[in-house]
Design a protein around this ligand. Structure first.
Ligand code: EPU
Length: 417
């Protein structure tokens, strides 16, 4: 199993280019199921989660042709098996995103229930209730969601809570439904908007994406299209936090600061110098950051996917920060690893009280999930002496060559077996 060995203490300098967004790519790959014509995607990130989604879609019968490393043409003219089996769903929850498109296109779908995951219980009841509201017959047997509907019907559906993939699943399903669907209390995340742009390019009629009310007028069929995946705002935020923590002067290119304004505000509150440009962000930092409190919440508030990286930054702040996680019930597993590096953090309920320490010291630590891995990389960059991070496969699910990109900025990171 691969590990990363980080020699801390190097400031970062230079320019780094952000990849396409994982959480936009995954639903957009599934959107290809909605049309018999080719969907051509560019700026596709080369990540393990993307490869897993591609092999899931391949098993269903979708043909895929990669003209360049970050581009793919998806052809779902035939769907042989509208099925997402347990073996793949258990490795990647986002497989649930195949449910809505399969049902809308094939009239039936069988998708394994995802079950629990490291960061929380994460049920999919809203996905199922929404499809039922659109007239689907759904039963849960042998660990599978079995859904049927000759044609889904437009409806008004109010989500009990804000769910990103739930909104995406129902929005995709509604594009081929009979009549108008309005999704209320919908997720406003930029990835939902990117998916909507792709669906509109395919001929869907969608308004309101990016607000909490999305209206979709169903059409008979969707057609082929080309779409460039949006830049990854969480990768961008991770480079911001890494430079803020390690010190230095970095330009993050090929990104859009509007999608992470809440993160930029918090970094500025922590004393980090950030300049935003059209498609780039410059971050400069020296010395210890100031303490800053953070509360995660759905977009446009501070994203849960940046909570762990921000905690690594303020673990060395001058002062005490309180970090509250409101989205997932078990997303503080990095705390005990940060403690091994000398951080002073106490967890009380869903909040972490982080008393900034002057220095962290390198140690052996274990990655527990994707963003926790990024948090440990950042902590390793500022720690005195070497830090070894085990179970780095979590990192490879969602970051494209993170250690190579950081090394190009002057970090000292080695991948070892
Ligand atoms: N929830 C329910 N019922 C549902 C759906 C969600 O109770 O039917 C709950 C969840 O248990 C959670 C909350 O609602 O407590 C929000 O979950 P959401 O459905 O929004 O999360 P998700 O769609 O499964 C996506 C991202 C996550 C990101 C969250 C929150 C993708 C593929 N995944 O997950 O990304 O943390 O939204 O923004 O888009 C990551 O990239 O590291 C990651 C975990």
């Amino acid at each position: 199993m691969d590990k990363l060995v980080i020699e801390g203490g190097c400031a970062l300098a230079g320019e780094v280019r952000v990849s396409g967004a994982k959480n936009a790519a995954l639903p957009i790959l599934c959107a290809a199921l909605l049309t018999p014509e080719p969907l051509v995607l560019s700026n596709l990130p080369r990540l393990n989660d993307v490869r897993t989604m591609q092999s899931l879609l391949g098993q269903m019968g979708m043909r895929q042709d990669g003209s360049a490393p970050d581009a793919v043409s998806l052809d779902a003219s035939r769907i042989d098996w509208p099925l997402a089996p347990y073996e793949l769903v258990k490795t990647m929850r986002a497989s649930i995103l195949a449910l809505g498109p399969l049902l809308a296109r094939c009239g039936e779908a069988r998708v394994s229930l995802p079950g629990g995951c490291a960061i929380g219980l994460r049920p999919v009841d809203q996905h199922v209730k929404g499809l039922q509201a659109m007239g689907a017959e759904v039963d849960l047997t042998h660990g599978y969601i079995n859904a049927r509907a000759a044609r889904l019907k437009g409806t008004r559906f109010v989500f009990d809570l804000v769910t990103v993939t739930g909104t995406e699943n129902l929005m995709m399903a509604a594009t081929l439904a009979d009549g108008v669907t309005s999704l209320e209390n919908a997720a406003r995340e930029p990835e939902v908007v990117d998916l909507a742009h792709c669906l509109v390019a395919m001929g869907a009629r969608i308004t309101g994406a990016g607000s909490d009310r999305i209206v979709i007028e169903g059409v008979e069929r969707l057609h082929g299209a080309s779409h460039a995946i949006m830049p990854d705002r969480i990768e961008t935020g991770t480079f911001l936090a890494a430079t803020a923590a390690a010190g230095g002067d970095v330009v993050i290119a090929g990104t859009d600061w509007h999608s992470l304004a809440a993160v930029i505000d918090k970094l500025r509150e922590a004393g980090i110098d950030i300049a935003t440009m059209d498609t780039a962000i410059r971050v400069r930092s020296s010395g210890r950051p100031r303490a800053a409190n953070v509360r995660t919440a759905p977009f446009p508030a501070f994203p849960t996917d940046m909570q762990a990286q921000f905690m690594a930054l303020v673990s060395r702040a001058a002062g005490t920060s309180v970090i509250t996680e409101t989205i997932f019930e078990n997303r503080m597993m990095h705390v005990q690893e940060l403690r091994r590096l000398g951080a002073d953090i106490e967890v009380e309920g869903n909040s972490a009280v982080v008393r900034g320490v002057e220095r962290l010291t390198g140690a052996n630590v274990m990655a527990t999930d994707l963003r926790a891995s990024a948090c440990l990389v950042i902590a390793g960059l500022v720690a005195d002496g070497p830090t070894t991070i085990d179970r780095i496969y979590h990192l490879d699910r969602g970051y494209e060559r993170l250690e190579d990109k950081l090394c190009a900025l002057g970090a000292r990171i080695r991948r070892v077996q």
